[in-house]
Ligand binder design. Structure first.
Ligand code: NI
Length: 188
């Protein structure tokens, strides 16, 4: 089994008991988004992009009580990945995390790609579905979830790092606006 296939298996096992927005399905969508963006960025290291996308939430503080990327490190060490590659993947994952960076952009192309891939999953049809799933879980009203579109989701298009992601975000952003317009008409 390749290290990529092993990582896919690993995240499915790890997230098995975690429902909600940050689960194995989210990780797989981010992984696919990342590969799609990476195809248009010939200078990037594809394996770093793929593994960072797959492991980007395995040490999320909201889900796992780990320090220093312990889950990702244990997995990569178990796969015999070289120590400098492990460091590179952990640095990429940490650069993507909003909480660890307070809005600072990742410096490497691999970090930019994975951050864009993660943000793309917050908009478009998937973004709408995730927002209401999260709202339901936390007892939020529909109108409160709609407010989240205005406070956060509509800002994401202009925060994309790469041109490929900007293009993908544009389509998803337009869909958000269509949805909001329709919602407003039906509820006024
Ligand atoms: Ni994520």
């Amino acid at each position: 089994m390749s290290v990529i296939d092993a990582a896919i298996q690993y995240v499915h096992d790890l997230f098995e008991n975690n429902a909600g927005g940050h689960d194995a399905e989210h990780t797989m969508r981010v992984y696919r988004n990342a590969l799609q963006i990476a195809r248009k960025e010939p200078g990037c290291d594809l394996e770093i992009v793929a593994l960072s996308a797959l492991l980007h939430d395995t040490d999320d503080y909201k889900l796992f009580n780990t320090q220093n990327n312990a889950n990702a490190r244990a997995f990569l060490e178990g796969q015999g990945v070289a120590p400098d590659r492990i460091e590179q993947i952990c640095r990429t994952v940490n650069a993507v995390s909003f909480s660890k960076n307070r809005g600072k952009r990742p410096e490497t192309i691999e970090g930019k790609i994975v951050q864009d891939a993660d943000r793309l999953d917050a908009i478009g049809a998937v973004g709408i579905a995730r927002t209401f799933a999260y709202g339901g879980e936390h007892g939020r009203s529909l109108d409160a979830s709609i407010q989240h579109f205005h406070d956060k989701l509509l800002l994401l298009r202009d925060e994309m790092n790469t041109d490929a992601a900007k293009e993908l975000a544009d389509k998803r952003h337009t869909f958000l606006l269509m949805f909001l317009k329709e919602y407003e008409e039906e509820t006024k």
